[in-house]
Design a protein around this ligand. Structure first.
Ligand SMILES: [Cu+2]
Length: 451
């Protein structure tokens, strides 16, 4: 385990800040949280993880035990501007803050229930006494509204783990109750990690015009999230060229997600079963993270803007209709005229593809139902990204700011961008309108406009 002078000084300055009123991380920056408790300076050191769009759960040391406090409660959550919901989470957020500790630590986790129904917390994948496993009715009585329970155990392993309720589980997880539990190895990493990201995968059924995720849905989900955010509100992962990056993925959604990184071959190096022996590491470009599983992937960063997303293409979309007629290749001009006589402003779409939907929603002519996001969205340096859901960008630069703030778009070296050869083509008729809209393309526009 390497502790640099810079990290120590950073911890010290955080301790000073903490006294001024708590740890507050600027939304756009990705400076890792302190690796030791800022209040007491105690706790064994580790290289902290970065929870995208999230934060770590602070702890206090009491008689050699790391004490955390989770508060289960209803919260107001925003998936991206234009989509809000009453969710349930921990300490004001979904997912709850990431719990970080070191193999060998004894931890005490207080859980206060401020929900309108009973709950419990299951420490998913963690080796512990049966009575600490958090299954309501099996390993403990339920935690009733207003009660606080204490869980206490010694961490005998390391790896990427999760926590979630095991009481009215279908409902409580469907509305956002989950978090990550990272246990760092006591003997350090086989390969030192420079940037260590944490992403929890989830899905939601937030029907158009409603403000409560529907817990009864099994397959027709309409929001696919990294840490309960959808693109374009998912932070970019900002990395310096040559850094060794680990992305820890957990999946508490109801689908499997083949997670794909562009521009690199990564190694799959671990799971809920801890850090795998090096002989088991395997190179991939897409790794399926199954329901209830975690996976760690690692790579050495190459400069560029590299897409990072689920490869189920419906999972890189936001809310969209299902079971609608297929209009691909259908000339609707005649029927459009007829419908307009009854429904002024009606626009037939979909003859040449679905990308036109983003054009209309970006332009504001096709206002969707209340509290619903456009199916596809986002602007890049060359135009529409036509993405949503489980999509973000790994931004690798030779120089990055000390707080890893978003550096804007990649400046491609001359001669390394795909280019048109020959005559200009003809945009699809619907796209001509888009080109006339004169949308501002600021090369430094941050990808995430909110959250
Ligand atoms: Cu997926």
């Amino acid at each position: 385990m390497k502790i640099s002078r810079r990290n120590l000084m950073f911890t010290a300055s955080l301790a000073a800040l903490a006294k001024l009123g708590g740890l507050i991380r600027p939304a756009s920056a990705q400076t890792p949280e302190t690796s030791a408790n800022p209040a007491t300076g105690s706790g064994r050191p580790y290289v902290p993880v970065t929870t995208l769009n999230g934060r770590a759960l602070p702890f206090v040391m009491k008689d050699g035990v790391k004490e955390f406090h989770l508060i289960a409660e209803e919260i107001d959550h925003e998936f991206a501007p234009g989509s809000k919901a009453k969710c349930w989470g921990y300490n004001g957020s979904t997912p709850g803050p990431t719990i970080e500790a070191v193999e060998g630590d004894r931890v005490r986790i207080l859980v206060t229930n401020k929900l309108p129904e009973h709950t419990s917390v299951h420490w998913h994948g963690i080796l512990l006494p049966s009575g600490m496993d958090g299954v309501g009715g099996l390993s403990q009585p339920d935690i009733l509204p207003g009660e606080t329970y204490a869980y206490e155990f010694t961490l005998r392993q390391h790896g990427t783990h999760m926590y979630h309720p095991h009481a009215d589980e279908m409902t409580q997880m469907a509305v956002g109750m989950m978090g990550m539990f990272i246990i760092h190895p006591k003997n350090g990493e086989p390969e030192p990690i420079d940037r260590d990201f944490v992403i929890l995968l989830h899905n939601w059924a937030l029907h158009p015009g409603t403000y409560r995720p529907d817990p009864s849905i099994m397959t027709e989900f309409d929001l696919w999230t990294f840490n309960s955010k959808v693109f374009p509100s998912i932070d970019a992962m900002v990395v310096k060229t040559g850094q060794r990056v680990r992305i820890r993925l957990g999946n508490l959604s109801m689908w499997n997600h083949p997670i794909h990184l562009h521009g690199h071959q990564f190694l799959v190096t671990g799971s809920d079963g801890g850090r795998w022996p090096k002989a088991l590491w395997r190179p991939e470009v897409t790794e399926i993270v199954g329901v209830g599983q975690t996976r760690d992937i690692e790579f050495v960063a190459t400069p560029g803007d590299w897409a990072f997303h689920c490869h189920m293409s419906h999972h890189t979309m936001n809310a969209m209709g299902h079971g609608i007629p297929n209009t691909l290749g259908v000339d609707q001009s005649n029927v459009e005229t007829q419908i307009r006589s009854m429904l002024p402003g009606y626009m037939a779409m979909g003859e040449n593809g679905m990308a036109i939907h983003q054009v209309h929603t970006d332009a504001g002519h096709m206002k969707g139902p209340e509290n619903t996001l456009a199916m596809m969205t986002g602007q890049g340096p060359f135009g529409k990204l036509e993405m949503g859901g489980m999509f973000t960008v790994v931004k690798v630069r030779d120089q990055v700011a000390a707080d890893y703030r978003d550096p804007g778009w990649y400046a491609n070296p001359p001669g390394t961008v795909a280019r048109r050869i020959g005559a200009a083509g003809t945009p699809e008729p619907a796209m001509k309108m888009y080109m006339k809209m004169d949308m501002k393309m600021d090369p430094n526009m941050p990808m995430n406009h909110g959250g």
